[in-house]
Ligand binder design. Sequence first.
Ligand code: SIN
Ligand code: MN
Length: 200
Amino acid sequence: MDRVDLRGVAVFRGALDPEAQVRVLSDLRAVLAGAPLFRPETRRGRKMSVRMTSAGRVGWISDRRGYRYAARHPGGGAWPDIPQSLLALWDAHAGADRAPDTCLVNFYGEGARMGLHQDRDEADLSHPVLSLSLGDEALFRVGNVASGAPTESLWLRSGDLAVIGGAARLVHHGVDRIRFGSSSLLPDGGRVNVTLRVAT
Ligand code: SIN
Ligand code: MN
C-alpha cells in the first residue's frame, strides 16, 4: 500500500480493495435507509452542496444555530450504528484506544465541493479523523493549521484512506471538485466520503 504525505496528512492509497469498497458501500446503504441524506445549512443560511448523514451515538449537523454534534437526525430519529466494516478500518489505522462514536457520510454529486475548513467540533483532538474515499476522484486540498498558509492538493481515489491526526489534526482541508463519473463504483456517479471520529 502506497503512503503519501500531504502536509502531515497520511494518505494510504488503495487501503480498501474494490471488493472491500463494495462491502462498505452496501453497509452505507443500510445507514442511509435509517438516516437519509440531507443538505445542511451554514450559519448564514446557505445550503451546502454536499449532502450528509451520520451513523453513531452522535451525528454532525449544521443549521443557523451553528455546527455541532447532535444525538438525533434532523428528521428526529436516532442515528444508525456505525457499520462493523468501518469499525474494523478504525481499529487497523487509527492507533486510538477508543472506538469512534460518530461516522459522517458525505455525498458529492456533480458540482459538489467543500470549502477549506478545520475539523474542530470534537471534544478531544488527540484522536485522529479517518477519512475514506469511495467513488469518483476528488481534488483534496490541505493547508496548515493557520489559515491563509500555502496549500497542496492531491486527487483522492476510491479506496484511499486519509489519516488526519497528530500535528496535522487541525490542518485546513477541503475538496475543490470531483471528477464526476470517473469511477464506476456508484452506478449513478458521485463520491462518498466517510469520516470516523471520536467526537464526545
Ligand atoms: C470533510 O472534510 O469532511 C470531507 C473531506 C472529503 O470529502 O474528502
Ligand atoms: Mn473536514
